[in-house]
Design a binder for this molecule. Structure first.
Ligand code: AMP
Ligand code: FE
Ligand code: FE
Ligand code: ZN
Length: 279
């Protein structure tokens, strides 16, 4: 059996692995293909594809877009997007700029609480990646401004806490439309973490073509439920581990078993979307 992992992060978002490490890890886990899905960023894709070619691993271009649905954050994956398409990459660039501006705002809010963090330390920790709260939290830990992640998110940076500034998020139609316009297949990531299943038929109306049924956070009960929902709505049941390198404590890659046939369904769907785009 050939297996794939269609949800892997690199250090271009909040994963800890470089594209090189991601590709090496996938090979070690005997995967036939992986999809790089960084948060609102495709900067790790090209290198991963090239490195994959060198060692015989298929690397699928992907993205995980941050979307707001009824005041809640949801994540929409986009598979097989055209990473050269400037209209799309410009959207992502604007999103990255917003993250940088927002980081300065959060640091200012921390300062108001008498917690001084040098922005440069946060951007250094983020490195090439799109800067976010985990990097800020790490800077706080390194500077002895707090004792634990739990404390930091519980007191300062968690959603709705005093030093949190929300990210810019895409509108669901905008995200799904953008992925399709870029020739990609839009898929709802980890529906369990949202927990509002009524969103699935709504997103399907906007052009969603799949949901992530197999995911590290989905137990067999959830897999069954989302398999059903996928069938009911004519959606592809995709899956991936959501590996963040060591970012989630342990390496998750390959831990979610997804047969290669599912990637073939996604590819077929991409062909249809591209055909419709050029018609
Ligand atoms: P950002 O994209 O900057 O809003 O950061 C989102 C990331 O922060 C998530 O992917 C998690 O890794 C982390 N995060 C958010 N809330 C918490 C929390 N309550 N505890 C620990 N980590 C969190
Ligand atoms: Fe993440
Ligand atoms: Fe996600
Ligand atoms: Zn993810």
């Amino acid at each position: 059996m050939k297996y794939v992992d269609l949800h892997v992060h690199t250090h271009f978002s909040d994963g800890t692995f470089s594209p090189q490490e991601v590709v090496a890890c996938a090979k070690e886990k005997n995967l036939s293909a992986i999809a790089i899905c960084d948060h609102d960023c495709i900067d790790g894709v090209r290198q991963a594809i090239e490195l994959g070619e060198q060692i015989g691993l298929e690397v699928i271009p992907g993205i995980e877009m941050t979307v707001e649905w009824r005041d809640e954050e949801i994540h929409v994956l986009g598979y097989l997007i055209d990473i050269e398409y400037e209209w799309f990459t410009e959207k992502l660039r604007a999103m990255q700029q917003y993250r940088v501006d927002r980081m300065y705002k959060m640091i200012e809010k921390l300062r108001e609480q008498n917690i001084a963090i040098d922005p440069r330390s946060v951007f250094t920790i983020a490195g090439l990646g799109s800067v976010g709260r985990p990097h800020l939290a790490q800077a706080m830990l390194l500077n002895g401004k707090a004792d634990s992640m739990r404390e930091i998110f519980g007191k300062y940076l968690g959603d709705g806490k005093p030093c949190h500034v929300p990210n810019r998020r895409f509108d669901p139609r905008e995200a799904i439309g953008a992925v399709r316009k870029a020739g990609g297949v839009p898929v709802l990531a980890h529906p369990y973490t949202v927990g509002k299943d009524e969103l699935i038929p709504e997103l399907a109306e906007y052009g969603l073509r799949g949901i992530e049924v197999y995911h590290t956070d989905h137990r067999s009960k959830e897999r069954k439920r989302y398999e059903e929902i996928a069938k009911e709505n004519g959606l592809i049941a995709t899956g991936g581990s959501d590996c963040h390198g060591f970012g989630k404590g342990r390496i998750l890659m390959g831990g979610t078993k997804v047969p290669y046939a599912i990637l073939e369904q996604v590819k077929e769907e991409a062909r249809k979307i591209r055909q419709a785009n050029s018609a």
